[in-house]
Design a protein around this ligand. Structure first.
Ligand SMILES: O=C(O)C(=O)C[C@H](O)[C@@H](O)CO
Length: 258
């Protein structure tokens, strides 16, 4: 019996309205920290499955935890894979970050994985968490209107195709992966090098000029401000384990030194 309505994707709407979205990168695979951070004042939380042990049951719990807070959860899938995308959408994720997209064709495949036929190839399921267990009227007809597809640009090849990727219908945002991009350009670990920072700023401007919405991650506040000035619209300014580890180390060192 349909009794619920499709949740609005406030994050996607904010991007199209040009409103800066400040995010926290969540790599600690824990609903407990997600619940904690979802109420901390960020607009969005990136829930990572590419470089963390979080798997599907963990993501269900993390999405449930995020639902109690204000920050919008964006799930990074492990790869541009239609099966992974389907399973995270069924879990109720409405915004996905898809790593290592290098061509317009790969971007089109990512979008197709989020759409039901005839617009895509997403597999049909009735009683998922995304459909509120069948309680959302017309979920399958409406779901794509509230799904946000964000692709990651992180190789030299992707830079060559940037404008074509930005032009793909259904790509709601284009996120620069600074670590992989600089590695691909021969500067492994060099995200903070002046030359790489300038290239990232130029790439953010290219995304804006191409009519899309750029995003990036940096735990360096000065760089975050530069990237926002260059056009970044969804900007992750911290990483959860980084905050915990560095402040724990600083405190330990302070007392050890006495
Ligand atoms: O290339 C990058 O940088 C990213 O994609 C982000 C990293 O994967 C993330 O783990 C932060 O270190």
């Amino acid at each position: 019996m349909p009794t619920e309505t499709l949740p609005l994707n406030t994050f996607r709407r904010a991007l199209y309205a040009g409103q800066q979205q400040i995010g926290m990168w969540c790599a600690i695979p824990s609903p407990f920290t997600i619940e904690m951070l979802a109420g901390a004042g960020y607009d969005w939380l990136l829930v990572d499955t590419e470089h963390t042990p979080a798997d599907l049951p963990q993501i269900y719990a993390e999405l449930q935890a995020a639902a109690a807070g204000k920050a919008h959860p964006v799930v990074r899938v492990p790869w541009n894979d239609s099966v992974a995308i389907k399973r995270f959408l069924d879990a109720g994720a409405q915004s996905l970050l898809i790593p290592m997209v290098q061509t317009a064709e790969e971007a089109r495949q990512a979008v197709a994985a989020t759409r039901y036929p005839p617009h895509g190839i997403r597999g049909f399921a009735g009683g998922t968490r995304a459909t509120r267990f069948g309680r959302i009227a017309d979920y399958h007809q409406q779901a794509h209107e509230e799904i946000c597809v964000l692709v990651q640009i992180e190789t030299a090849a992707a830079l060559d195709e940037l404008e074509a990727i930005c032009a793909v219908e259904g790509i709601d945002g284009v996120f620069i992966g600074p670590g992989d991009l600089t590695a691909s350009l021969g500067h492994l670990g060099g995200q903070g090098e002046p030359e790489m920072v300038e290239l990232i700023e130029k790439t953010l401007r290219r995304i804006v000029a191409a009519g899309n919405r750029p995003g990036i991650l940096t735990p360096d506040p000065a760089l975050a401000r530069r990237y926002i000035a260059a056009g970044s619209l969804f900007t992750s300014v911290a990483i959860d384990f980084h905050l915990l580890t560095r402040s724990a180390e600083t405190l330990a060192a302070e007392f050890a030194a006495k």
